[in-house]
Write a protein of this length. Sequence first.
Length: 243
Amino acid sequence: MMGGYGDVQLLKEDGTRLDGRAVDEMRPVEIKVGVLPAAQGSAWVKQGLNVAVCAVYGPMEAHPRKIQRQDRAVLDVRYNMAPFSTGERIRPGFNRRAREISKVTAEALESVVLLERYPRSKIRVEIEILAAEAGTRCAGITAASMALADAGIPMRDLVVGIASGKIQDTVVLDLDKAEDNYGQADLPAGICPNTGELVFLQMDGDLSIEEYNLAMEYNFKAAAEIHEIMVAALAAKYGGGEA
Ligand code: CDP
């Protein structure tokens, strides 16, 4: 949430951020696939202090019948923040924010999953945020595309979730919690690392065209770095190096 607290110091004298990162430096990312034995596919993504886990079930017959599509599968995406994922306990349940994030995540994934391969079926994608320190929708999207890949669901490309934003009139990559709380803008994106396609984009706050272009440049640079980590995670389970 953008508070617009102009007096909160988020950049140090030397131009680095409070956690020591450069303006164009993302938080460390770690990824594993196949972490949940009961699911067809699963992934664990740690991005800075965020932890997202995703389980994929299916393809299975779509129920109830009214949600079925004759020509393709439907994605049933559910993003949820665990009650213990933030300092202040989150009220359990599917709130407005979770509904919105689930919807935009589903739309991002629909752009890459070959849904036409599975008519009348449903693929369930469950994203659980275990630790939330800003940027959880992005960590969730990355985790979901990895879990779908782990489930062997055919896709045109993976999707990397990554955000840039603005703090103290400066564009920075991958906002942390303080930067998100006290910053001026946030630009989360879903990027296909092979095709360079943009399958998800939101903007909170205001950016000039120049700031937007720089934020997207940072997002694309980070997406390429995260993609390498995704490929390595798949190679760790399946061998090889292509994805
Ligand atoms: O997590 P993301 O940046 O995608 O979404 P946000 O709505 O901009 O939330 C930013 C951060 O605020 C979350 O990652 C949480 O750390 C925190 N938050 C919270 O403490 N309680 C909520 N109900 C929602 C968000």
